[in-house]
Design a protein around this ligand. Structure first.
Ligand code: UDP
Ligand code: MN
Length: 472
């Protein structure tokens, strides 16, 4: 269906391609550059701008060799260099400042563009300059470098509790809006961040990027919130495909613990864009609060100047599928009294056949994987997952949270007096059970017996302060 679409190329804007890199391999970088040249229709490319973010001299191919090589290409290719390591955000800003195309198209330095990838992107922008558009990201294997297309329905972008970018199934409301046409651009609450096109002037009008971001991370959520809240939109365009090497580990160093960089970048995003909802994120992930985030006054001012909408508007209008617990009874750990073990989404037991069985881990008190919300529907929720029992066996698994008060196997009655958690559908009680080795490791449901210590649980408040929610 995509191949039947016709675009009037002369009426489309021209794009600069901006590729930033630090220590990229020659083969992957050149694969990106050559695929852009060979797979783009002529007349759509203004130039390619490569921004070397202070790669180490041991990567000698990124020095003169690169400049000499690109000089032989049948297109304007500029090599910019940062004076010292700037991180991907500031490297992209430098590339954007050096560019002259109507549109900026950002790519990672390990991509492969496919035939006709640009037309459907530029077409959307030519119809509305406030659209920021992303291709479908196919996988390039980091083991074999083979190109593996995404099959089936195209997902859109959301975010998790951390908050981290996540893919979510395209909701029915959105498929309805496009009349189930699989070639139509899908409105997406967030974007993955590495691959997208934006009109050049609009990029700067929106405040380009927050130059307070270091090395890597969270800039995609910052830009996503900013685009939507300040009047633009993000789309994923199913007829445009670009492959990206998803690698198992990051090949470059940071100037501090990468976790700290990510937390700082994340906090800048939360503090500027999420209003009092930031407190929900902080309660869900108390670790976020231990790192400072620097001066954000310019970004706060930008938000005012642009007259951007609230985060509440964004959640309600753009991302009603979000998993933030706006109403809840308790937020904290699900602690088994007898064993001092807590339900932990990272803990996986040997009994687990799939990935989804619920296991226990010693209570560590530092949040995230042991944080659950006893929500307004009496479900025990971690992000998009809820504890779910079965009628046919004693197993407890994670399943997608039902978004209603209807009584299901994911509804639980917590009694703080007897410390029991009874399933509202099966009427069995949450129990801590032993593994074959004899240690308490798993969660199941057994016939209720409140003299049985293993059935005693405390939903402990992790210090989340309900006043925080008062003004969200
Ligand atoms: N990058 C950069 N400077 C940095 C970190 C990353 O220029 O300090 C580049 C990197 O080479 C890549 C892009 O930014 O082209 C995105 O980073 P990466 O591919 O590591 O992110 P991922 O795709 O793994 O999320
Ligand atoms: Mn990448």
């Amino acid at each position: 269906m995509c191949s039947k679409k016709v675009y009037e190329i002369v009426s489309l804007p021209k794009t600069s391609i901006i590729i930033v890199f630090h220590n990229e391999a020659w083969s992957t970088l050149l694969r990106t550059v050559h695929s852009v040249i060979s797979q783009s229709s002529s007349g759509l490319l203004e130039e390619i701008i490569l921004v070397d973010d202070a790669s180490e001299s041991s990567k000698y191919w990124l020095g003169h060799q690169l400049e000499e090589y690109v000089a032989t290409l049948p297109l304007r290719v500029i090599v910019e260099r940062t004076r010292s390591r700037k991180g991907l955000v500031r490297a992209r800003i430098q590339g954007a400042l050096a560019s002259r195309g109507d549109v900026l198209t950002f790519l990672d330095s390990h991509c492969e563009s496919t035939k006709g990838w640009l037309e459907p992107l530029l077409d959307r922008i030519s119809k509305d300059r406030t659209k920021v558009v992303c291709p479908v990201i196919d996988t390039i294997s980091d083991k074999t470098f083979e190109y593996i297309p995404v099959r089936g329905n195209v997902p859109i972008g959301g975010f998790s509790w951390y908050p981290d970018f996540t893919w979510i199934d395209t909701p029915k409301r959105e498929m309805d809006r496009v009349n189930n046409d699989p070639t139509e651009a899908l409105r997406s609450p967030t974007m993955a961040g590495g691959l997208f096109s934006i009109e050049r002037k609009y990029f700067f009008q929106l405040g380009s990027y927050d130059s307070g971001f270091k090395t890597w991370g969270a800039e995609n959520l910052e830009l996503s919130f900013r685009i939507w809240q300040c009047g633009g939109s993000i789309e994923i365009v199913p007829c445009s495909h670009v492959g990206h090497v998803f690698r198992s580990k990051s090949p470059y160093s940071y100037d501090e613990d990468p976790g700290i960089t990510l937390v700082r970048n994340t906090r800048r995003t939360l503090e500027v864009w999420t209003d009092s909802f930031k407190n929900i994120f902080y309660s869900l992930n108390p670790q976020l609060q231990v790192t400072g985030y620097g001066d954000i006054s310019n970004r706060v001012k930008l938000r005012e100047t642009l007259g951007c909408k609230s985060f509440r508007w964004y959640l309600e209008t753009v991302y009603p599928e979000h998993t933030l617990p706006l109403e809840f009874k308790i937020i904290g750990m699900v602690r088994n009294e007898m064993s001092a073990m807590c339900v932990d989404v990272f803990a996986r037991g040997e009994k687990a056949k799939g990935d989804a069985k619920v296991s226990l881990f010693p209570c560590h008190g530092i949040g995230m994987s042991q944080i659950f919300v006893y929500n307004a529907f009496n479900q025990i929720q971690h992000d998009n997952m809820c504890l779910d029992a079965h009628f046919y066996d004693e197993e407890v698994a994670y399943s997608d949270c039902p978004r209603s008060a209807e009584i299901t196997t994911a509804s639980w009655e917590y009694d703080p007096i007897t410390s029991t958690i009874m399933n509202a559908a099966t009427r069995k009680c949450l129990d801590a059970v032993k593994s074959q080795e004899g240690d308490i490791r798993f969660v199941s449901t057994t016939n209720c017996n409140n003299t049985q210590e293993s059935q005693r649980w405390i939903l402990t408040d992790s210090g989340a302060d309900e006043r925080m929610w008062a003004d969200y």
